[in-house]
Design a protein around this ligand. Structure first.
Ligand SMILES: Cc1cc2nc3c(=O)[nH]c(=O)nc-3n(C[C@H](O)[C@H](O)[C@H](O)COP(=O)(O)O)c2cc1C
Length: 181
């Protein structure tokens, strides 16, 4: 069955490791017959949730007018969300985290999304894969809480410069995961 996949990226670095990971995953998913679209949170202006609980009460999902409200229709159409992100301070970068924080509007308004599954593609500087456990655990808890099936986690360690991922098998793994969806 063809799926509508939304790839939320977290890096501000154009053409960097995360961008390449996202593109490889998307190529695999499209070859498998899915629709896949990349949404670059770092290009957007999304502020952190302020817990006003006015979600969906002023004509938009978030009553604070920012780019989250343009992400809303993409979330509502998606069957799957992929988080493609660098690891910042052992966690998600602020730009992507701000978008995730605003998923709260669905909780507060008791609305459901049709998203059923997710995946994590993460790049980081450190060489030791155990140092990714913070971001992986956060991702897993988010998936569990939202009742989304975890369809795969790809960790690519040891990346500093924007083309470093080309020296690894990360892109091959991301493309293969896209093809298995
Ligand atoms: C603000 C900042 C924080 C970072 N924190 C970590 C970290 O906690 N652990 C780590 O291994 N790498 C860390 N890195 C390195 C990036 O995760 C790594 O270079 C990644 O591959 C960058 O992806 P990009 O090319 O898509 O921007 C950090 C980089 C930045 C800019």
């Amino acid at each position: 069955m063809s799926k509508n996949i939304l790839v939320l990226t977290g890096s501000p670095r154009k053409g960097g490791n995360t961008d390449k990971l996202a593109d490889a995953f998307i190529a695999g998913a499209r070859q498998a017959g899915h629709t896949a679209e990349k949404y670059t949170t770092a290009d957007k202006k999304i502020k952190g949730c302020i817990d006003c609980k006015n979600c969906f009460q002023k004509g938009t999902a978030c009553s604070v007018s920012d780019d989250f409200n343009e992400l809303v229709p993409l979330l509502e159409q998606a069957d799957m969300v992929v988080f493609a992100t660098p690891m910042y301070w052992f966690s998600f970068p602020a730009q992507l985290k701000a978008a995730i924080d605003k998923f709260y509007s669905y909780l507060i308004s008791k609305r459901t999304l049709k998203i059923k599954e997710c995946a994590l593609l993460v790049s980081g500087g450190v060489n030791d894969e155990t140092k990714f456990e913070g971001i992986v655990k956060s991702y897993k808890l988010i998936a569990e809480f939202l009742n989304w099936k975890d369809s795969g986690i790809i960790i690519v360690p040891g990346l500093h410069d924007k083309d470093d991922i080309l020296k690894t098998d990360g892109l091959k793994r991301a493309e293969a995961l896209g093809g298995e969806i």
